[in-house]
Each structure stands twice: as C-alpha cells, then as structure tokens.
Write a protein of this length. Structure first.
Lengths: 112, 111
C-alpha cells in the first residue's frame, strides 16, 4: 500500500538550532516528492519539488534532499518565523493516472 | 493577481442543508482540485478537474458534487450536509497535475 510517513510529529527548536524533518515513503512509481509549509488557518504553501534520488533544492534556510526511500527537510539556523507545519506529499502512478499521497505533517515551533 | 480565492472563509450549516463552496483562480491553470483536511487524516482529495468541462472523483467524493464550466471557477457543492463533513476545505490549482497553489481554506461546521 502506498504510504507517506513524516517524523517527528512535532519538533521544538531554539532559534539557531539546526535540525531535519523526515518524510519516508513506500510507493510504486514515484513521480515526484513535494514539500509544503502550512501556517495556522492558511492553505499549504509550495516549497520544493524533487524528482530523483540525489536531488537537492534550497530556499533560504531550508534544504530538501531525496533518496530512494525518504526525503529530508534540513532547517539551518531556524528563526521563529520558520514555525509552521511542514507537509510532505508524494506523487505516484495509479493505473493511467497519478495520485498524490500526503503525510500528516511535522509541526515545528522555533523559540526565540 | 489574486491566486486562488475561496469563499466563504467560515460557514456553519445545519444537518441536511446544502451549500456551495466557491473557488476561483486567475492564473489560467488547467488543473484544479478540492481537498478536505481533518486532524489525524491529512489532506484527502475530494474531486479534481483537468480542464473546463472535465471533472473526476478523488478518494472521498461521496456527498459532494463539482462542475467546471470555465477555466477560472471550480465550485464544490454539498448536497445534504452531514456532521461528518465538518472539516477545512482547500481548493488548489496548478498548471499541470502537480499541486502548486492552495486557497486560504473554508472552515465548515455542520451541526
């Protein structure tokens, strides 16, 4: 069964304390892995798309990496404004179509 | 350029009532979709459309209808609201099948 698991469920960091969020997946026919940020009361905001193992993408303090079984979202020297829920989604083949499988997210809190 | 606009932001319905959640995008995207987000369940696809006049069911379509008469608009209709439809609803649009832009959401409570 296609599945996406994010860990940890919640993470609390001090400002400047770097860490990583994990997204592990078991899907048939990976067509892409996506990272989103969601602030309370708002819709998810697109961050990155990764397509193949070894690929990396960076944006400000965030770097996303991809292996054949998981993706990491590395947060370097986080600031309080990085506090949000980070969602991972995997696009996989479903017959002739593609489907998105979502993880439950990691809630990140960065204390000043 | 407003992106994806959803209305209303909040709604309370009584069981059995019907209503339409509105979604409009001004980016000329072909692909639009509706999701619901529930605690512990993640985002689940209700319906999607790959272009005007074309719609298809997602993983939780029961109790909902959609139509796509124009590229810009993709309304979601609740036929007879039930407490199980209490959720936060998100509309999204993308230039292809990869989700890119989400609306701000509609928080629906069915009592």
């Amino acid at each position: 069964e296609d599945q996406v698991t994010q860990s940890p469920e919640a993470l609390r960091l001090q400002e400047g304390e770097s860490s990583s969020l994990n997204c592990s997946y078991t899907v048939s026919g990976l067509r892409g892995l996506f990272w989103y940020r969601q602030d309370p009361g708002k819709g998810p905001e697109f961050l990155f798309t990764l397509y193949s193992a070894g690929e990396e993408k960076e944006k400000e303090r965030l770097k996303a990496t991809l292996t054949k079984k998981e993706s990491f979202l590395h947060i370097t020297a986080p600031k309080p404004e990085d506090s949000a829920t980070y969602l991972c989604a995997v696009q996989a083949l479903a017959g002739n179509n593609r489907k998105l499988i979502w993880g439950l997210g990691t809630s990140l809190a960065v204390n000043p | 350029n407003a992106g994806v606009t959803q209305t209303p932001k909040f709604q309370v319905l009584k069981t059995g009532q019907s209503m339409t959640l509105q979604c409009a995008q001004d980016m000329n995207h072909e692909y639009m979709s509706w999701y619901r987000q529930d605690p512990g369940m993640g985002l689940r696809l209700i319906h999607y459309s790959v272009g005007a006049g074309i719609t298809d069911q997602g993983e939780v379509p029961n109790g909902y209808n959609v139509s796509r008469s124009t590229t810009e608009d993709f309304p979601l209709r609740l036929l007879s609201a039930a407490p199980s439809q209490t959720s936060v609803y998100f509309c999204a649009s993308s230039p292809d099948s990869k989700l890119t832009f989400f609306g701000q959401g509609t928080r629906l409570t069915v009592v």
